[in-house]
Design a protein around this ligand. Structure first.
Ligand code: F0G
Length: 446
């Protein structure tokens, strides 16, 4: 049994309804444009928004800011070796920096990359190398009501089709994302990882795991994959990660840090190539775009992320939050994933067509009703795809507690009570690049 008590507190305030109305209008009905001061419960992301432990704050004070040969880097190197099992580490400013470093070293024009589901920045970095990102989710991954213990798995069937279609020589890289953020944070089994390793070997491809939420994934594996019922979390993590040639990591998730990321590998040649790119894009390879103190805090965070009590508490917190919402009559994606509860906005607002952006309408109403900020992951964020109309309520680590989750559930229930009066939205201005429009586009109620 593990719990936390507060040593530092941060005041938050629910602004008056009129202020929320005005803030929403001024933000162009796009919650990325809201000032955080106007947000009461911020569930926009679990990335870099968590609370650090006293041990991490102590590590910050001891951070070594030396340009080269920093002791904080040594601490990171040993944490990565002991927790994740890789001997070589290239630090970067955050996860997407690691993606740029690694995918730039592995890809070239015309390549094709299967992934269980590409997260936005992964897709963009693969495409940025001239390669084609192809999602290979398993059946049911996009169905908010389908049963399944590992709905995040990589579909080997789909990947084989891709290879048959384009030829193995065009597929030099296979990625598996654990947990599968773009498939409702669903876990991936170790069995599936082993199969992807075999698949990559057969086509002579490099196998990379996006390990942003590797500890949450390991906690699911222990619960759901019989072979691992008696394993420690870090043992499961190493057993899963050892199949990969390299991992990309955002320290802002299961590094329990506010900044940072890295590439880790045992492959001396790949390490060298990544290091050279990191010098160009990130910084000298013992700090990689982070301050030494952030490197030190991330090293401590990685060890805390695989602590039994922490990660068990984490999964239970998400499950309890999903239960509260379900009890309040709010349709949620089931089973819940590891870092967020995803609402099924299509089912919540059935009178709205996809073209009216039911997910974004729900996001706006959650803010208007209770100062809650979530994020739309449906027709607004992903135009021209057949994804379900999901709204993600991501939970920052070690930050919110029961009363906050109750407030969110009460807010969602209040919105659903007057669902008929919720109108759809239309886009009134958008940036040139449609892939990133949800960050900056402005909308208006219909
Ligand atoms: N890979 C995955 C699976 C992610 O979820 C993220 C970030 C990244 C890579 C990039 O890492 O943000 O440190 O550069 N996900 C955040 C989110 C932003 O809200 O889901 P980063």
């Amino acid at each position: 049994m593990v719990a936390y008590r507060s040593k530092v507190v941060e005041r938050i305030e629910l602004p008056a309804r009129e202020r929320r109305e005005r803030a929403l209008e001024e933000a162009g009905y796009n919650v990325f444009e809201l000032p955080s001061e106007d947000v009461y419960i911020d569930l926009l992301t679990d990335s870099g928004t968590g609370a650090m432990s006293d041990a991490q704050w102590a590590a910050l004070m001891r951070g070594d800011e030396s340009y080269a040969g920093s002791r904080s880097f040594d601490e990171l190197e040993s944490a990565v070796a002991e927790v994740m099992g890789f001997s070589r580490v290239v630090p970067t400013h955050q996860g997407r920096g690691a993606e740029n470093v690694l995918y730039g070293a592995l890809l070239s024009d015309g390549d094709v990359v299967p992934n269980n589901t590409h997260f936005d920045t992964t897709r963009a970095h693969v495409a940025n190398q001239g390669a084609d990102p192809v999602d290979c989710p398993v059946a049911g991954a996009r169905d908010p009501t389908a049963d399944g213990e590992f709905k995040g798995n990589f579909s080997l069937e789909r990947a084989r089709e891709v290879v048959d279609d384009v030829g193995a020589e065009r597929v030099p890289l296979v990625i598996q994302t654990i947990t599968n953020n773009s498939a409702a944070g669903q876990p991936v089994s170790v069995e599936n990882t082993r199969q992807v390793r075999e698949f990559a070997d057969r086509i002579d491809a490099t196998f990379v795991i996006d390990a942003c939420r590797f500890a949450e994934n390991a906690a699911f594996v222990r619960r759901r994959e019989d072979e691992f019922a008696d394993y420690a979390i870090d043992e499961i993590a190493r057993e899963q990660l050892r199949h990969a040639d390299a991992v990309v990591m955002s320290g802002k998730k299961d590094g329990l840090a506010n900044a940072g990321g890295f590439v880790a590998t045992d492959d001396a040649d790949l390490f060298e190539r990544c290091k050279q790119r990191a010098i160009l894009y990130e910084g000298f390879p013992t700090y990689g775009g982070m301050s030494g103190r952030d490197v030190a805090a991330m090293a401590v965070g990685l060890r805390e992320a695989v602590e039994e009590g922490y990660v068990t508490d984490r999964l239970e917190e998400i499950q309890a939050f999903a239960d509260l919402l379900e009890d309040a009559g709010v349709p949620v994606y089931t089973p819940p994933g590891g870092h967020a509860v995803y609402l099924d906005a299509g089912a919540a607002l059935p009178h709205l067509d996809a073209a009216d952006f039911p997910g974004q309408a729900l996001v706006c109403e959650l803010y208007r009703e209770g100062g809650v900020r979530g994020v739309e992951l449906g027709s607004f964020a992903f135009p021209d795809t057949d994804r379900p109309e999901l709204v993600r309520l991501a939970v920052p680590r070690r930050t919110y507690h029961g009363e906050h989750f109750e407030h969110v559930a009460d807010t969602a229930a209040a919105v659903l009570e007057k669902r008929e009066s919720v109108s759809g939205l239309e886009v009134v201005s958008e940036p040139a690049n449609p892939e990133l429009r949800h960050f900056t586009a402005a909308l208006a109620p219909l």
